[in-house]
Design a protein around this ligand. Structure first.
Ligand code: ZN
Length: 179
């Protein structure tokens, strides 16, 4: 397994539309293992393949509990291959979102909090389930990546510019520290 480099804005690959996974092969499973290792290391709760340079319709998530002091995290790894949203609730709810490709920035995004989704898992088994709450929101965020969409695209222009300004400031400070 390996920790992969996470693409950050303004990497143009993040704006590309990902293509379907043709077959769930050992190569795909090896990529999934690397994606989990990369996501846990970051740390993050979701990662799309395009964020590590592979524009395929594949994403991993874990919204389990982080480790309490001295304890082990409760892991709930989930794999979504070629995911599709079948239906969603009409009520949008706000969630504070962040993204490994927009590091250390958080903002409230409105999304349906209940969806019915279809996908394949890492064994190629088809799923068709109702998802709600954080799981539904996180899946929608990750699925946006497959279309080249980032959570900041859901913000007003003013809010988006604020996030990008803060990101530039953080990067500048990091650069100065590294120098
Ligand atoms: Zn993201």
């Amino acid at each position: 397994m390996a920790i992969l480099r996470i693409r950050e804005i303004p990497d143009p690959l993040l704006r590309e539309k990902s293509t379907p996974v043709e077959a769930v092969t050992d190569d795909i499973r090896a990529l999934i293992a690397d994606m989990f290792e990369t996501m846990y290391d970051a740390p993050g709760i979701g990662l799309a393949a395009v964020q590590v340079g592979v524009p395929k319709r594949l994403l991993v998530m874990d919204i389990g509990e982080p480790a309490e002091e001295g304890g082990e995290p409760v892991k709930e790894p989930r794999v979504f291959i070629n995911p599709e949203i079948v239906t969603h609730s009409d009520d949008d709810v706000p969630y504070t979102e962040g993204c490994l490709s927009v590091p250390d920035q958080y903002a409230e995004v409105m999304r349906p909090d209940r969806i019915r989704a279809k996908w394949l898992d890492e064994q190629g088994v088809a799923h068709d389930e109702m998802l709600d709450g954080m799981l539904a929101v996180c899946l929608q965020h990750e699925m946006d990546h497959l279309e080249g969409v980032l959570f900041i695209d859901h913000l007003s222009r003013l809010k988006r510019e604020m996030v990008l300004k803060k990101l530039a400031k953080v990067r500048k400070e990091r650069g100065l520290k590294a120098a």
